[in-house]
Design a protein around this ligand. Structure first.
Ligand code: HEC
Ligand code: HEC
Length: 339
């Protein structure tokens, strides 16, 4: 009796600390490798978008295949019909980090960052770090997709499905396909090194991982270093038209043209409409610029090109966060100068 009376308080002290140490050892401290979600979990945050292990046949490799090629093969060896005749996910989404500072969405900073890495500059947000986001199709996307957005806004699985059908203009995905895409997205989560923490913040993170009282504060700091949703505000092309004549940077316009337009239009990669860097392409675009139809860069950039019956393929428009007024001005200057 005396023994157990003594033992209980001792165990109460020892047992939680055993668990605590075990828990802490799980977090690797190689910041190039360790995912932001893992660290937040270790700091006591609720996990989000966890994989559903009850769905058979799911794998990150299959998700990778579907994302990059449009094809996916089940465990039984059946390859499904290509997800979209027109696009693959990488037509519109990068899979690498595309913003030097993840806490802001700045298209100017993004363009110089992606260009320096040889990455395209696209209408869709990178899927790198998508699992760290909490909301999707933000702000003005409601205007484009209406009620469809409500189901997708706070649910990554529905966001994937919405994009497969509406953005990629393809077939609906089955549950195991969505889960495989999610498993793939988990392999490209943000890493702590992506957050540009300074030496003192990294020191505090190390301390907080061993010291529960500092967990909540550290989690708040980490979350302030990246955006939990990708902002999207649409613009009227007339606002851009009115800016003509203001100073423009042709070199920057060249980057927009090469890293964005040519990603889809060169050799008709994702569009029957071919563009290149010859004077012929530039003259064509220059002649159309003042028009009020799909051939004017103002219209296509701000409104996109809609799918019509017989031609389901379409061009997604650029919200202001994906192409600034200045960048569109620069693009025009480049095209006119070369044309
Ligand atoms: C034709 C272009 C296009 C294609 C193809 C495409 N997407 Fe998208 N996707 C977009 C655009 C534009 C958005 C709007 C929101 C954003 O990304 O900023 C979007 C949004 C998303 C979102 C929500 C992102 C966010 O942060 O709001 C997910 C997830 C997504 N797409 C996954 C996919 C997957 C998976 C595929 C392939 C099956 C795919 N997309 C194919 C253009 C495309
Ligand atoms: C994500 C891929 C993608 C990007 C990036 C893209 N486009 Fe397009 N664009 C398309 C598709 C798809 C169409 C629709 C026609 C089709 O099915 O080929 C189209 C249509 C157009 C058209 C109308 C062609 C016609 O005959 O009606 C123009 C002009 C155009 N794009 C210019 C541009 C310019 C300029 C840029 C860069 C600012 C750009 N595009 C970026 C995919 C893209």
């Amino acid at each position: 009796m005396r023994f157990s009376v003594l033992l209980v308080p001792v165990l109460l002290l020892i047992i939680p600390s055993m668990f605590e140490n075990k828990h802490k050892e799980e977090v690797e401290r190689d910041w190039e490798k360790v995912s932001v979600s893992k660290v937040l979990e270790a700091l006591g945050e609720e996990p989000c978008w966890e994989l559903d292990s009850s769905i058979p046949g799911v794998s990150a490799q299959k998700g990778y295949d579907l994302f990059h090629t449009g094809f996916i093969t089940s465990d039984k060896g059946n390859t499904r019909r290509k997800q979209s005749k027109h696009f693959v996910c990488t037509s519109c989404h990068n899979i690498e980090k595309e913003d030097p500072d993840l806490s802001v969405s700045d298209p100017e900073a993004r363009l110089s960052y992606t260009s320096s890495k040889g990455l395209p500059f696209l209408q869709g947000t990178t899927m790198y770090g998508a699992v760290s986001r909490r909301t999707f199709y933000n702000d003005d996307y409601e205007k484009k997709y209406g009620d469809l957005v409500f189901e997708a806004r706070e649910n990554i699985r529905n966001a994937i499905q919405l994009c497969a059908v509406e953005c990629a203009q393809g077939r609906e995905l089955e549950d195991w396909e969505i889960e495989s895409l999610l498993a793939y997205l988990w392999t490209i989560d943000l890493k702590i090194a992506d957050l540009n923490l300074n030496a003192s913040e990294l020191g505090s993170l190390n301390t907080a991982l061993d010291n529960e009282e500092q967990s909540a504060e550290m989690a708040t700091l980490i979350k302030s270093k990246y955006m939990a949703g990708s902002p999207a505000h649409f613009s009227d092309p007339n606002i851009d038209r009115e800016m003509y004549g203001k100073s423009a940077d042709m070199d920057n316009g060249e980057l927009v043209y090469k890293q964005s337009c040519l990603h889809c239009h060169e050799n008709g990669r994702y569009s029957y409409f071919h563009l290149d860097t010859t004077a012929m392409s530039m003259k064509y675009l220059t002649r159309k610029v003042e028009k009020y139809n799909d051939l004017s860069i103002y219209q296509v950039v701000r409104y996109g090109v809609h799918s019509v019956s017989g031609r389901k393929s379409y061009m997604p428009h650029y919200p202001l966060e994906k192409m600034s007024h200045q960048q569109l001005l620069d693009l025009r200057a480049y095209i006119e100068n070369k044309g």
